[in-house]
Design a protein. Sequence first.
Length: 243
Amino acid sequence: MDTREHIVVCDDEPDIRDTVAEYLTRQGYTVSQAVDGAALRLIQCEQHIDAVVLDITMPGEDGLSIARSLRADSDVAIVMLTGNAEVVDRIIGLEMGADDYLAKPVDLRELLARLKAVLRRAARPVAAAGAEAVAESSGQAFARFGACRLDLDAHKLFDGTGEEIAITAMEYALLKVFAEHPNRVLNRDQLLELAHDRSWDPFDRSIDIRISRLRKKIEADPSKPQIIRTVRGIGYRFSPDGT
């Protein structure tokens, strides 16, 4: 069985697709190519996918729509490519569930570094977590986020009924950071550093977008968060039981 990580390059431009796929193959990955969302979903149905390099601007269904669809039922890592370096595109990509974002023309070495980072976050072994947030049940480590539970061994989030909630690698990394630092105020720089996400500009608001996405998944009322609270002018504080 091939145990190499499987990456799909989804771009309607064959030159870019071929170049990126060839480079990643030389780096030791299993790489598939998809010309559009339909081809990507066909691959997803037939094979396990670890990461997708996804172009935003494509004819028909665009990359943002594809990313939203992927994120609805999968935790596959998503690195988006775009010819437009505008911050608004980057924010929209994050809101759709992307883990990272890279402007064209693509520097292949930077793309490789970004992919390694998101794949490493998805596979990172669990560190010792805060005693107030983590418990052992049948040998399984988990952290409580209100009614939700984060399985620290499987890297999965479950709601109060036991149904899995899809989360990205970066969302998992952030939840784990909060679990390891319960009832402490963490600023944005600390969150990014502890989550090992050094790819973002420290002056942008990407961390706020990620927190907003997480609140929609774990809070009873995301408009009035009780689990991950904003400490105005400083950052965020995690309260395991919402008190």
